[in-house]
Design a protein around this ligand. Structure first.
Ligand code: AMP
Ligand code: MN
Ligand code: MN
Ligand code: MN
Length: 287
């Protein structure tokens, strides 16, 4: 009994996507799933939009729904992602900027389709829209269309052959720089978090230097808990965060069927983000 109680700690998930970006769960399905999974709180952190958050906030539930957003930015020519937690989803400036970048995506999507067409891969924007329910069409949707039209055998193959960074149909995307994205999040009342630090495949020295620079520009937290982290990865990023002076965040990066191996709350099976870290994150709102 004592052991049971020891393990029944409250857990949360501070990184999930809905159908408003490239996830396959609607905000309502996310809320219901969070209830089912027994999460005490979760954040919707869609790419470039807060529309899913607005919808989720209108749902009655015992789970704390945290408004979030994930913004792609540049650091030293590398794409890095900044999650904003507790942003005001109705903030006019934030929504205006996000809309601008969503519109930039539209142009970019047509450029990707042009490249694909010139390679004999004849898919159209309507094919892509069939796998897209929300506001943001990303490479994830183009990849799904390539699978459903039979041009590739799998989602992964779509990236390996065509859509991955610097592959033959890749087109870079106009993004905010990291200072701007963190300022936008902070001005909207949110807490800027460095997402999935180990996905950038940087050396330890470069990663820690980047964290130092980002912190000087307003970064408050880093995802020490993440679906693909081993225990030692988590310890490693925690130690780095402690040295740099960042607090802990974390989440699964749940996308539903887009990333079938990753489950909400539990990631690839071992993820458990403790509720306690949320209190510190809340404490970072508005300085
Ligand atoms: P975009 O924002 O349009 O650049 O597309 C980003 C989406 O594509 C995200 O959902 C990523 O998870 C996915 N993505 C990017 N690169 C890869 C890759 N190499 N393999 C699988 N998914 C990827
Ligand atoms: Mn995504
Ligand atoms: Mn990301
Ligand atoms: Mn994400």
């Amino acid at each position: 009994m004592i052991t049971m109680m020891w393990f029944s700690r409250d857990t949360i998930d501070l990184h999930t996507h809905s159908t408003f970006s490239d996830g396959t769960f609607t905000p309502l399905q996310l809320v219901k799933y969070a209830e089912e999974k027994g999460l005490k709180a979760f954040a919707i952190t869609d790419h470039d939009t807060t529309e899913g958050v607005k919808e989720a906030k209108s749902i009655e539930t015992n789970v704390e729904v945290i408004s979030g957003v994930e913004i792609s930015t540049r650091y030293d020519k590398k794409e890095i992602h900044i999650v904003g937690l507790y942003v005001n989803e109705n903030d006019a400036d934030l929504n205006k900027q996000l809309k601008y970048y969503r519109e930039k995506r539209v142009t970019r999507n047509f450029e990707i389709l042009e490249k694909l067409n010139s390679l004999g891969v004849n898919i159209t924007i309507d094919d892509v829209k069939e796998s897209c329910t929300g506001d943001v069409i990303s490479r994830a949707h183009i990849a799904k269309a390539l699978v459903s039209k039979g041009f590739v055998g799998s989602y992964t193959e779509a990236f390996d052959r065509y859509l991955g960074d610097n592959k033959c149909a890749y087109v870079p995307r106009e993004t905010l720089n990291y200072e701007e994205s963190m300022e936008l999040i902070t001005k909207a009342g949110g807490v800027p978090v460095l997402a999935h630090p180990l996905l950038y495949k940087m050396s330890d020295t470069n990663l820690e230097n980047m964290m130092v620079k980002l912190r000087q520009k307003g970064l408050k937290a880093v995802e020490v808990y993440y679906s693909t982290h081993s225990n030692s990865d988590t310890q490693h990023i925690m130690a780095m965060a402690n040295r740099v002076g960042l607090i802990y965040s974390g989440g699964s990066d749940f996308h539903g069927a887009t990333k079938p191996k990753i489950d909400m709350g539990t990631g690839m099976g071992k993820l458990a983000v403790p509720y306690e870290i949320l209190e510190k994150i809340r404490g970072e709102r508005n300085g």
